[in-house]
Design a protein around this ligand. Structure first.
Ligand SMILES: Nc1ncnc2c1ncn2[C@@H]1O[C@H](COP(=O)(O)OP(=O)(O)OP(=O)(O)O)[C@@H](O)[C@H]1O
Ligand SMILES: Cc1ncc(CO)c(N)n1
Ligand SMILES: [Mg+2]
Length: 543
């Protein structure tokens, strides 16, 4: 009944149609009485909250960037997306052929319509082509405050076409940035915002982030997608105190049109769901990387820069990618590897062992079950996933990509005689963690080329779990660590009495130790893990 009353208060569809045809700017249309609106919002919010992003941006007729990218990104991440159109562009994979700017007063009316009625959590901005439009937006945001404002300062398209007059730079800097929670320029935009300074290196990106921060946003993300020489896609995040470099794998593809719009919309969606800013940025970056990976060979149009598939997950349901923040090397600190023989010996299930290791402070867990029956292993892996997920500890599966897919594990660890990391990547997708056991610099280089996330290096000491495994010793470990472009975890015979000496080698990309017997061939797994963790923490705070 309430809904019916509400619907009746709107003008009949024909009236709206006529108004648009004649391009007249209407006066305020009748709205439902406030009491009715409040009732509807409160009831629906209780029943089913839906994170809501409003995008204020331009339409891209080619469908890859602008409003179209924003709506698809929000949908992919489970947020509702309303849209205020600031301009209509004639655009395709070759570039921008024309721009039709929407009159300021009509943008104000769109903003009013959405913000006065719907509970918007986060506003995300894209193409704001004129000073007047930026000012209208600032006024509306003051009238209808929202939880967060994500400003993607779209100035020039990647094809080189101007999307916002250079006269808008000052109002962006002086008015909009001060209201923003995060501003996300690419290097070209950062350069223009700072008076055409040249930005070529990551260190230049840091300085730019610091300078833009001074205009007043709470966070700045300078995006390096268009930095040509780098094999990584590096973005620099700045919170006013600390810089964080976000490294992604650079996907070799022409289909990068709309990556910026997508990144900002994903950040907005995650913020609307309640994420912290850094987490939102990590999820967004991971999503872009995954979407590019899945779309790298698509062909839509004949121009140099094509769109990508935001809804790639619909085509590959098992890949729960894009929803996890990307792998952090620090997670290798205390890497627990299970062993079925040891569990049997001590009468423990895999699940009990994993629970105990996590209780003691393991930072990542690998299930290494060489002889388990598939069904039994899968059941155990699923149970371990529940434990790991609730404690935020990643779970990897040794070798068995099928088990990893079936239990939605965080990744897979492979040895030199298993499937290659690039084959595993094809199967798992880029959102997952892949580790490779390496004994030589050449193997470490191959792991990097194949798109692995870390390498395991050993045996550092002789070990009973791999008796025919040659021991590398400290020299071998050092050689591989110094050559590796990936973070390294040391493995092989490491325990409470020698872990300190391994970490004291002070190798910059040696991030932790992986242990089997020292945790699982003991009576109390939790106690042993806790003890080893405190040894590692003490050693690393000294060195
Ligand atoms: N080829 C790529 N592989 C992986 N990540 C990429 C690639 N290109 C861009 N990115 C990432 O996409 C995000 C958007 O960055 P980018 O610098 O491309 O923005 P932009 O230039 O504003 O995009 P747009 O094409 O929409 O204008 C960043 O996180 C960036 O690192
Ligand atoms: C409408 C629109 N917004 C943003 C961009 C930047 O990618 C674009 N090319 N087109
Ligand atoms: Mg780009």
């Amino acid at each position: 009944m309430e809904f019916l009353r509400y619907a009746m208060a709107s003008p009949p569809p024909q009236a709206v149609h006529l108004r648009l045809l004649s391009s007249t700017l209407s006066s305020q249309r009748p709205r439902p009485p406030p009491s009715t609106r409040r009732y509807r919002v409160a009831a629906s919010a209780r029943e089913m909250p839906w994170p809501h992003v409003l995008t204020v941006a331009g339409s891209d007729s080619g469908g890859g960037a602008g409003i179209q990218a924003d709506i698809k990104s929000c949908a992919a991440l489970g947020a509702y997306c309303s849209s205020v159109v600031t301009a209509v562009t004639a655009q395709n994979t070759a570039g921008v052929q024309g721009i039709h700017v929407v009159p300021e007063e009509f943008i104000r009316e769109q903003l009013n319509s959405v913000l006065s009625d719907m509970s918007v959590d986060v506003v995300k901005t894209g193409m704001l082509p004129s000073i007047g439009i930026v000012k209208v937006l600032c006024e509306s945001l003051k009238k209808f405050p929202v939880q967060a404002l994500v400003v993607d300062p779209v100035l020039v398209s990647t094809s080189g076409d101007t999307l916002s007059a250079s006269s808008t730079l000052s109002v962006y800097r002086d008015e909009l940035f001060a209201m923003a929670d995060i501003v996300t320029p690419n290097v070209k935009e950062a350069s223009r915002l700072l008076g055409d300074v040249s930005l070529h290196t990551v260190s230049d990106m840091r300085s730019a982030a610091e300078s833009i921060y001074k205009f007043g946003p709470k966070y700045v993300l300078v995006k390096g997608g268009d930095m040509p020489e780098s094999s990584d896609a590096i973005d620099v995040f700045f919170d006013g105190k600390e810089f964080i470099e976000l490294h992604g794998h650079r996907i070799k593809t022409h289909n990068t049109h709309g990556t910026g719009c997508t990144l900002a919309s994903c950040i907005a969606s995650e913020l609307a769901k309640g994420a912290t800013m850094l987490h939102a940025v990590q999820v967004a970056k991971n999503f872009v990387e995954s979407a590019l990976h899945h779309s790298k060979d698509l062909i839509i149009g004949n121009g140099p820069q094509g769109p990508f598939d935001h809804l790639f997950k619909l085509k590959c349901p098992p890949y729960n990618v894009g929803s996890q923040p990307s792998f952090k090397a620090e997670q290798l600190f205390l890497y627990a590897v299970t062993d079925s023989g040891m569990n049997k010996k001590w009468g423990r299930s895999i699940k009990e062992s994993v629970r105990a290791a996590i209780e003691g402070g393991a930072t990542i867990v690998q299930l290494r079950e060489k002889d388990a029956e598939t069904r039994e292993f899968l059941e155990a892996a699923k149970a371990c996933m529940v434990i790991c997920k609730s404690s935020g500890v990643p779970l990897l599966i040794n070798d068995r990509v099928d088990i990893a897919l079936a239990c939605k594990a965080d990744g897979v660890h492979v040895g030199q005689s298993d499937m290659s990391a690039s084959e595993v990547r094809e199967l798992l997708g880029p959102g997952k963690i892949i580790g490779v056991s390496c004994k030589t610099p050449a193997q470490a280089q191959q792991a990097w080329n194949d798109g692995a996330d870390y390498i395991g290096c050993g045996g550092v000491y002789p070990t009973s779990t791999k008796s025919n495994n040659p021991t590398l010793g400290f020299e071998g470990l050092k050689t591989v660590c110094l050559a590796s472009k990936l973070p390294v975890v040391a493995i092989g015979g490491i325990n409470a009495s020698n872990a300190s000496s391994v970490m004291e080698l002070g190798l910059p990309n040696l991030k932790g130790v992986a242990v089997v017997s020292a945790l699982f061939d003991r009576e109390c797994v939790a106690t042993e893990t806790r003890n080893l963790r405190s040894i590692l923490t003490n050693t690393c705070s000294r060195t």
